[in-house]
Design a protein around this ligand. Structure first.
Ligand code: KG4
Ligand code: ZN
Length: 383
C-alpha cells in the first residue's frame, strides 16, 4: 500500500511516501528561519507558506520516488492538534488529491504520529510508555499497540503549563538566541558539566505524573538577571549559528556553557523522574518511546537510555530528523490505521491546539458518515 503523508500543522511543510509502512521518499520545507525574527511562529505566515509550498513539493516528491499520483492508494494528513489555518491548508490539499484520484483519506493525530515515528526505523515493543516532548506538548502515554490497526493511546499525564520545548525556546529567547532555540541550548551545553544545584527540577515533589516547567523558566530568568552579560548583544541568524556555533559569539563561553548544561540537565532529570514514576505505576511495559522535537536533545537521550537500560526496556528514540515535525511519521501512522481498514470521509475536520482529537475514523472510510472508534481506544483526550 502506497501512502502519501501531508504535514502542515505548524511551521514545517512536509510530504512523504510510505510503502507498506516503510519510508520511500520525503521532502520537507522548513519555515523556521522565516519565523525566527518574530520569536515564534506567526500563524498567518505559516498558512500562506504551506499553501505556496505544497504544490511545489508534491511533484518533487513524486519525481524523487519515481511514482505518479495514480499510484497513491491513500493520503494521510495531520488533522491536529496544530495551528488551525495551517492544518486547513494541508487538509484541503489532501482532500483535493483524494477527490481527484480516488485515493482513500485518513486523518492522523499529529501527537500519536510523533510517538509512532520510531516504528519507521525499528519495530516498537508493546506495550510501551510513550513520552512526547515537543514545542507544544509534554505528554506521557500508555501505548497498547495493536496487531492490525491503529495503536491505542491512553493519556497518563501532561504539562500543566509550558511544554518542555517551550521552556527551551523561552530560555533561548532570554539569551537572545533565535526561535526555536532548543537545539542551540543543547549545542551550547556540549562538553560542560552541569551544576545540579543551579536550577530546580520543577514539580517533582508530588505524587503525580504531570509536568510543570514554568517554575524552571522563572528560575532561569532570575539567574540570568544576575548574569546579564550572558545574553548575546545581537540576535544571530540561524545561518550564523549553523556556521560558527553559539559559543563563538559570546565573550563568556564557559559560563554560558555551564548555565546551558545546568538547564538541560534540569529538564532531562525532571522528565526522567516522571518517566520512572510512570514505569513504576504501569505494570508489564516492555518498551519506552521518546518522541517530538525535544527527543533530539542529547541530555534527554542520555537520561532515557539509562532508564531503559536499567529496567530492561526496549528504547525507541527516533533519529534526529524524525524527532521534529515531518510527513514520514504522518504517512506511517496513517498506514497503520489504514491497515486496520480505517479511513475518513471528505468531511474530516481539523482540530486546533487545545481541543481533543477524536478517533472518528470509520471502517468504511470515504463516504461513510457514521463513526466507529476502534475497540478499547481512548477515544477522546485533550490535544
Ligand atoms: O516536535 P516539534 O518539531 O514541533 C512541535 O510539534 O512542537 O518540536 C519543536 C521543539 C522546539 O521547542 C525546539 O526548540 C525543540 O523541539 N528542540 C529541541 C532540540 N531540537 C528541537 N529542544 C532541545 N534540544 C534539542 N536538541
Ligand atoms: Zn510536532
Amino acid at each position: 500500500m502506497l501512502v502519501l503523508g501531508v504535514e502542515t500543522s505548524c511551521d514545517e511543510t512536509g510530504v512523504a511516501l510510505v510503502r507498506d509502512g516503510a519510508l520511500l521518499s520525503e521532502v520537507l520545507a522548513s519555515q523556521t528561519d522565516m519565523h525566527a525574527v518574530f520569536g515564534g511562529v506567526v500563524p498567518e505566515i505559516a498558512s500562506r507558506e504551506h499553501l505556496r509550498m505544497l504544490p511545489l513539493l508534491l511533484p518533487q516528491l513524486l519525481a524523487k520516488a519515481g511514482v505518479t499520483l495514480g499510484d497513491v492508494d491513500a493520503v494521510a494528513v495531520a488533522r491536529g492538534p496544530g495551528l488551525l489555518g495551517a492544518l486547513l491548508v494541508g487538509l484541503s490539499f489532501a482532500k483535493g488529491l483524494c477527490l481527484g484520484t480516488g485515493a482513500r483519506l485518513i486523518g492522523v493525530n499529529h501527537l500519536h504520529a510523533h510517538l509512532l515515528a520510531p516504528g519507521l526505523e525499528s519495530e516498537i515493543r508493546y506495550p510501551a510508555l510513550g513520552l512526547l516532548v515537543s514545542g507544544g506538548h509534554t505528554h506521557l502515554y500508555h501505548m497498547a499497540g495493536r496487531p492490525n490497526g491503529p495503536t491505542e493511546f491512553r493519556l497518563l499525564s501532561r504539562t500543566l503549563d509550558d511544554a518542555a520545548g517551550e521552556a527551551f525556546d523561552k530560555v533561548a529567547k532570554l539569551l537572545n538566541l533565535p526561535y526555536p532555540g532548543g537545539r542551540y541550548l543543547d549545542e551550547l551545553a556540549q562538553g560542560a558539566e552541569p551544576d545540579t544545584h543551579l536550577f530546580p527540577r520543577a514539580y517533582i515533589s508530588n505524587d503525580n505524573l504531570d509536568f510543570s516547567f514554568s517554575g524552571l523558566k522563572t528560575a532561569v530568568a532570575e539567574e540570568l538577571g544576575k548574569r546579564p552579560h550572558l545574553a548575546l548583544k545581537v540576535m544571530p541568524s540561524a545561518d550564523e549559528l549553523r556556521g560558527r556555533g553559539a559559543l563563538a559569539l559570546t565573550a563568556h563561553p564557559e559560563e554560558l556553557a555551564l548555565v546551558a548544561a545546568s538547564f538541560n540537565w534540569a529538564v532531562a532529570e525532571t522528565l526522567r523522574i516522571k518517566v520512572e514514576r510512570a514505569l513504576d505505576r504501569e505494570p508489564g511495559l516492555r518498551g519506552l518511546v521518546v518522541a517530538g522535537g525535544v527527543a533530539a536533545n542529547s541530555f534527554v537521550r542520555q537520561a532515557m537510555t539509562r532508564v531503559a537500560k536499567g529496567r530492561g526496556l526496549e528504547l525507541r528514540l527516533p533519529s534526529l530528523g524524525l524527532c521534529t515535525d515531518n510527513a514520514a511519521m504522518i504517512a506511517h501512522a496513517g498506514w497503520q490505521a489504514l491497515c486496520g481498514g480505517y479511513g475518513h470521509g471528505l468531511d474530516l475536520e481539523s482540530v486546533p491546539r487545545g481541543r481533543a482529537v477524536p478517533q472518528d475514523w470509520s471502517r468504511a472510510g470515504v463516504g461513510e458518515a457514521v463513526a466507529e472508534a476502534p475497540s478499547g481506544a481512548s477515544s477522546l483526550h485533550p490535544a
